[in-house]
Design a protein around this ligand. Structure first.
Ligand code: 3PY
Ligand code: MG
Length: 256
């Protein structure tokens, strides 16, 4: 079983980060920072399959997950064929949607993933071995980011093949009528309900700590999340660039 699926199933803490820049350099830089895994966001960016494949090449051997653009059989198949260690599937609201995500990620008879010579089976050289192990290796994480998803959380977690869930705090806040207020009591309560359901189902609870300040990271640990994405490559650049400029302006004003 690949390290990321094993960690999800054993509920061990892993720390990842989030890629929205469609160039391999961003993945290389984050991979060398020592994260346990990286996720490439194909839902909210212009990163396509070619971009994903090139980023995955730069990240290797670190596990790379794809946040696919939607819960779609072909979208999931294509990132797995490009070498994703697993998928993070947005906006999963029901048991049936969770079942569809799992089916897309698994070869028959468990699912409907189509067979092909592709990057993860060494373009066919290791086809038999890959087909034998892929269903056990590929991680499936479904995103809970709506009121409906929270209401159906037990049924979603009961789906065989769902290795964990991942909360999208911003969409969650929108769904509860408090857009952007990720610390609003309604959103906090929704997160707590999801974590409690994960504990009951013995599956991993994940969170994207989009702005990873110390307080937010601590809150994620206290709440019981084990699968945690820290920041976004674009946000890291923006915040470090701003800090450098603020420091420089402060130095300049003290000298004038
Ligand atoms: C959200 O906050 O909705 C997200 O999808 C974060 O990744
Ligand atoms: Mg979202």
């Amino acid at each position: 079983m690949n390290t990321i699926r094993k960690a999800l199933r054993e509920r061990t803490v892993t720390l990842g980060s989030w890629i929205q820049i469609g160039h391999p350099v961003s993945g290389e830089v984050l991979a060398r920072a020592g994260y346990d895994w990286l996720a490439v966001d194909m839902e909210h960016t212009d990163i396509g399959y070619e971009g994903f494949t090139n980023i995955a090449r730069g990240i290797k051997p670190l596990p790379v997950l794809a946040r696919v653009e939607q819960n779609d059989t072909l979208a999931i198949r294509r990132v797995l064929d490009a070498g994703a260690s697993g998928v993070i599937v947005p906006l999963v609201n029901t048991r049936e949607e969770a079942m569809a995500a799992v089916a897309a990620a698994k070869y028959p008879p468990k699912g409907v993933r189509g067979f092909a010579y592709c990057r993860p089976n060494n373009y066919g050289v290791d086809f038999d071995e890959y087909v034998r192990t892929a269903n056990d290796d590929i991680a499936v994480v479904v995103m809970i980011e709506s009121k409906e998803g929270v209401a159906n959380i037990d049924a979603i977690l009961a789906v065989d093949g769902v290795d964990g869930v991942f909360i999208g705090p911003y969409d969650m806040s929108g769904s509860y009528g408090v857009p952007g207020e990720t610390k609003h009591p309604l959103v906090v309560k929704a997160c707590e309900d999801v974590v409690a359901a994960c504990a009951r189902a013995k599956k991993s609870a994940g969170l994207h700590v989009v702005v990873p300040d110390e307080a937010a990271i601590d809150r994620a640990f206290v709440q019981g999340f084990t699968f945690i994405a820290l920041g976004v490559d674009t946000y890291f650049i923006a915040s470090a660039a701003k800090t450098a400029l603020t420091n420089a302006r402060e130095c300049a004003s003290q000298r004038s």
